[in-house]
Ligand binder design. Structure first.
Ligand code: GSH
Length: 76
């Protein structure tokens, strides 16, 4: 399974996560929740925070909050 990022193109929180992933050379499938309502639903189902960005790791682990995602990527 590929790493997935549920995001909004213009959100600074999402941009921060996209930059962190790019900085680490990690590839990700981007799912824009504004363009595709079904992605918004899926993202809300996956994360209790109900905000974007939401990162789904290759092992299925779900991470929310751009700060927490950055810390996780730094450790991983
Ligand atoms: N602390 C969160 C904030 C994220 C956030 O507020 N995202 C907005 C979009 S820019 C959102 O999902 N809002 C939808 C909502 O609050 O229901 C983070 O850093 O990821």
């Amino acid at each position: 399974m590929m790493r997935i990022l549920f995001h909004i193109q213009t959100s600074p929180f999402a941009r921060r996560t996209r930059l962190a992933l790019a900085h680490k050379g990690l590839t990700v499938e981007l799912r824009n929740v504004r363009v595709h309502p079904e992605f918004a639903e899926e993202s809300r189902r996956l994360s209790p925070l109900k905000t974007t960005p939401v990162l789904v790791e290759e092992d299925g682990r779900v991470l929310g909050d751009s700060t927490a995602i950055s810390h996780y990527l730094d450790r991983a």
